[in-house]
Design a protein around this ligand. Structure first.
Ligand SMILES: Cc1cc2nc3c(=O)[nH]c(=O)nc-3n(C[C@H](O)[C@H](O)[C@H](O)COP(=O)(O)OP(=O)(O)OC[C@H]3O[C@@H](n4cnc5c(N)ncnc54)[C@H](O)[C@@H]3O)c2cc1C
Length: 496
């Protein structure tokens, strides 16, 4: 009688314990289960905690996010992951009462016109009546309807600033688009690639000849589809978070990884070596961390560059150079808790964005506990003030106490924040935001092409096809699928 042959377990490693690494390790576990193939999955994280640049802390009765505070739901990867983890009941929506944002003009916070989604002026009246723009600025924005579309060849990339100036005029860029988009990418719009960040606006220009026309078309086709729908028919609001903070997602994923594999914190991988049998061996400063069929590098591009360089494969120098070309900006969030009675402004929105032309020393202020319920005690509020980014890197050279003093000054002047805050903490995020500059997609295409020559290694994370949490999860799950397929293919018997 012959005994059934047990398949040899696949061994996969994931380097990095931010959302990308966690989602990649979790997906590898799911794929192994689905295929009925046992696998050993080991995740390595250099620090003593998971979550990377994001994390939730409690300060007394305050619940404070030190990085990402929510995720967008119209990119489905995060919602789907939450569903597969069975934790959708822990998701919360944004607070209806405070929806909307403010933008600073001449030192005063004014409402962002209703219906203005980045570059889509879906409604005309709120823009016409807004005091954010001068009469000339409004007239120039209206001309967008008549500006001919640009002929786009496949390789053509344009900066966000050039695009907005060309279609809507300088005022729209300076007064609204720069601060709104700057808030997402902490970036300089003069260098930001439209193709890599907001490709739907290129599509709209090409298809409708005008973004105003495209927005109107969208509004009318939505109302035809659901004539009786009253806005929030969707199951989730556009942004969602977890009742107990974003760390709930990271900790749930980490628990799943630990229950089916290993999560090795405080283990920084320094070197990767290809072995003659096709496996990869990982090394930390203390020596070998094991041999694997494949590895996902879920770390920032400049760290992936160093790891790939260490593989000494024929493409390693070229891919490392291309990865290092992806620049990173640093930012800091000053987190503070205040009595509402100490603040003159009613804080009746989600936050305030600040155009660079206002020449302030902070980029934006998020009214964290107005956005999501249950973050601050009764009568209190959490403010998250963003400093630095690609436009004001010099602000981050100050020591913490100086940054705190600057933020206190700016909050007093813009929002009338007085008194002593209950707490003030600085979360510095050095080299945390990849900059998708003009030519980014071409660079990523080249990186992927070079990576094909380095078997058993995949890249994932916020440096390539999107910076938001859903983009990171999507990138992680795609990398996991590619690696799994690679391992399956290399275990098939080869024809003689
Ligand atoms: C201030 C800020 C606010 C943001 N707000 C939002 C938001 O509200 N919503 C949203 O969707 N997105 C937001 N983002 C973007 C989003 O948070 C990030 O893109 C995402 O968290 C990046 O995750 P990651 O796992 O790819 O990288 P990281 O979080 O950088 O994780 C990488 C991990 O790898 C580890 N590591 C590095 N090198 C090694 C090594 N050699 N060996 C072992 N481990 C290593 C690091 O310690 C780290 O834990 C924000 C980003 C920042 C900086």
């Amino acid at each position: 009688m012959s005994e059934a042959v047990q398949p040899v377990p696949r061994r996969f490693a994931v380097i990095g314990g931010g959302i990308t690494g966690l989602a990649a390790a979790h997906r590898l576990i799911e794929l192994s289960r689905e295929a009925g193939r046992p696998a050993q999955i080991v995740q390595f994280e250099g620090s003593d905690r998971v979550g990377g640049v994001a994390g939730t802390i409690r300060v007394g009765d305050y619940l404070v996010e030190t990085g990402a505070d929510s995720f967008i739901t119209n990119k489905p990867a995060c919602v789907r992951l939450t569903e597969r983890l069975g934790i959708t009941d822990r998701l919360i929506k944004t607070e209806e009462a405070y929806r909307g944002s403010l933008v600073l003009r001449n030192g005063r916070p004014l409402p962002v016109p209703e219906g203005f989604m980045l570059l889509s002026p879906a409604k005309t009246w709120p823009i016409l009546t807004s005091s954010i723009f001068s009469p000339w600025g409004k007239a120039r924005m209206g001309l967008e309807f008549f500006i001919p579309k640009r002929t786009v060849s496949q390789s053509d990339d344009e900066s966000l600033a050039d695009f907005v100036r060309r279609r809507f005029g300088r005022e729209a860029l300076d007064r609204l688009v720069q601060p709104l988009v700057g808030g997402i990418y902490t970036s300089d719009p003069e260098r930001l690639s439209l193709k890599a960040t907001l490709p739907r606006f290129i599509e709209q220009e090409q298809r409708f000849g005008s973004l105003i026309r495209a927005s109107r078309h969208e509004v009318s086709s939505k109302s035809q589809q659901a004539p009786n729908a009253k806005g929030g028919g969707a199951r989730y609001s556009l942004f969602a978070t977890f009742k107990d903070g974003m760390s709930d997602l990271f900790n749930t994923l980490a628990t799943r990884v630990e229950s089916s594999g290993q999560l090795r914190k405080q283990t920084r991988i320094d070197r990767i070596q290809h072995l003659s049998n096709g496996d990869v061996e990982l090394f930390s400063q203390t020596g070998s961390c094991g041999e694997f069929d494949g590895v996902i590098l879920a770390v920032p591009a400049f760290r992936a560059a160093a790891l790939l360089e260490s593989t000494s494969s024929p493409n390693s120098a070229a891919i490392s150079t291309a990865l290092k070309e992806i620049e990173y900006a640093s930012t800091a969030i000053v987190l503070s808790g205040h009595k509402l009675s100490d603040i003159e402004h009613p804080l009746d929105s989600f936050g305030l964005v600040i155009p660079a032309i206002e020449r302030r020393r902070v980029l934006a202020v998020s009214f964290s506990s107005r956005k999501f319920a249950g973050r601050a005690p009764e009568g209190r509020v959490i403010l998250r003030t963003f400093v630095g980014g690609a436009m004001q890197p010099e602000q981050l050279e100050h020591p913490d106490e100086r940054i705190e003093a600057i933020v206190r000054d700016e909050l007093r002047s813009m929002l009338g924040v007085k008194g002593t805050p209950d707490f003030m903490i600085i979360a510095r995020h050095n080299h945390s935001m990849p900059q998708y500059y003009v030519g980014h997609l071409e660079r990523v295409r080249r990186i992927n092409e070079l990576l094909r020559g380095i078997p058993g290694i995949e890249l994932a994370g916020n440096a390539y096809t999107g910076v938001g949490l859903p983009d990171c999860i999507d990138s992680a799950e795609q990398a996991a699928a590619r690696l799994f397929q690679f391992a399956q293919a290399s275990s098939q018997p080869q024809p003689h």
